[in-house]
Design a protein around this ligand. Structure first.
Ligand code: PEP
Ligand code: MN
Length: 352
């Protein structure tokens, strides 16, 4: 992926619903300069039985027909498709119909046996593969699925961040369909900097109004790409209607996104970054001094036969620091979490 390709845009309907729907959306998307690949669900995993389960092979046949037609993407490349595979037979059909890229859905990534079988079906092909995060925020499962796919020789592999399923009481406030938990994806990137990460704001948001702010957040976090659901008429969509954009909405979203790489290093940042480095060094030496004081306290507590944890003192400390945090304009939630971490470490040091 070249620097000026970022973010790499994948767009298309949640599900392929008919030949006409696919042709219409491909014509719209092929005119948009940033769109590089078209998605379309062929087999749909349904949470509960009875919903539209995808058209299967005919959808693949229409994809091949479009890829073989004179239609080109705005940059002159042929039209390339991607879809979800959930069984080895799906991989075989995708290979047969010349599908360019496949992805493992959130429910599949959570199932190592199925990831294994799908990976075996991919062995020896040059298919590109994307691995969506599992439903639960389990980074090991996500990385494990990526490793399983890599083990069978797949070279072009990316991760897709589609958010996590978190239980909410029926009447609880729930902004997102799937909680983004950005930190999980950032940690994936820290552990596997070689794997490009694509954000799927449509499945995170579950609401077309949330797609633009989530896309902007992903760009600010320097994601490598975006996968966006687009439908010629979202109100009539057979799956995920509320979260799909119209082609017009996608056009204005892509137009409004900044396309700078987050890794730039302008000279004006240097003095500020130097100050931040100094402050971090100071913070760490202060933490070291604080832990040394905890050790001294531990000796006295042992001599006096006092318990390490003293609820009343801790309550007073927390109250005092949260007041100070508020006075200083710091987020109380952040300071509370930080203090809990520091206090936890202080207790560990004293128990030692
Ligand atoms: C999809 O992309 O249409 C889909 C079903 O996604 P997920 O596996 O993220 O739920
Ligand atoms: Mn969908």
């Amino acid at each position: 992926m070249e620097q000026n390709d970022r973010p790499f845009i994948i767009a298309g309907p949640c599900s392929v619903e008919s030949r006409e729907q696919l042709l219409t959306i491909c014509e719209s998307l092929s005119r948009m300069p940033r769109v590089r690949m078209i998605r379309g669900g062929v087999w749909k995993p349904r949470t509960r039985p009875g919903g539209f389960e995808g058209l299967g092979e005919p959808a693949l046949r229409w994809m091949k027909e479009i890829s073989d037609s004179p239609l080109r993407m705005a940059n002159g490349e042929p039209v390339r498709f991607c879809c979800e595979v959930a069984r080895p037979e799906h991989v075989e059909l995708c290979l047969h119909y010349g599908i360019h890229t496949v992805w493992l859905g959130a429910r599949t990534t959570a199932n190592p046996f199925m990831v294994e079988e799908i990976s075996e079906a991919l062995r020896g092909s040059d298919m590109q593969v994307m691995v969506k995060n599992p439903m639960s925020p389990d980074l090991k499962l996500w990385i494990g699925a990526i490793e399983r796919v890599q083990q069978t020789g797949t070279k072009h592999i990316a991760a897709v961040h589609r958010g996590f399923s978190v239980f909410h009481w029926h009447n609880a406030q729930q902004l997102y369909r799937n909680d983004p938990l950005w930190e999980v994806a950032l940690e994936l990137r820290r552990q596997r900097p070689d794997i490009p990460v694509i954000c799927d704001p449509s499945h995170i948001g579950g609401d077309s109004r949330l797609v633009a702010p989530l896309s902007l957040a992903a760009v600010q976090l320097d994601y490598d790409g975006l996968m966006l659901e687009v439908h010629p008429s979202p109100a009539d969509a057979l799956t995920d209607g509320p979260q799909q954009l119209t082609p017009k909405e996608l056009g204005s979203l892509l137009h409004s996104l900044p396309y700078t790489s987050g890794n730039g290093n302008p000279a004006s940042l240097e003095p500020l970054r130097k100050q931040i480095d100094d402050i971090d060094h100071e913070l760490l030496s202060l933490l070291c001094r604080r832990m040394n004081l905890s050790r001294q306290i531990a000796h006295i507590k042992r001599e006096q036969q006092l318990t390490v944890y003293q609820a009343k003192r801790w309550e007073e400390v927390m109250k005092d620091r949260l007041q100070l945090a508020t006075d200083l304009g710091l987020s109380a939630a952040f300071v509370e979490e930080l203090l809990e971490k520091i206090h936890g470490e202080s207790i560990r040091v004293q128990m030692d």
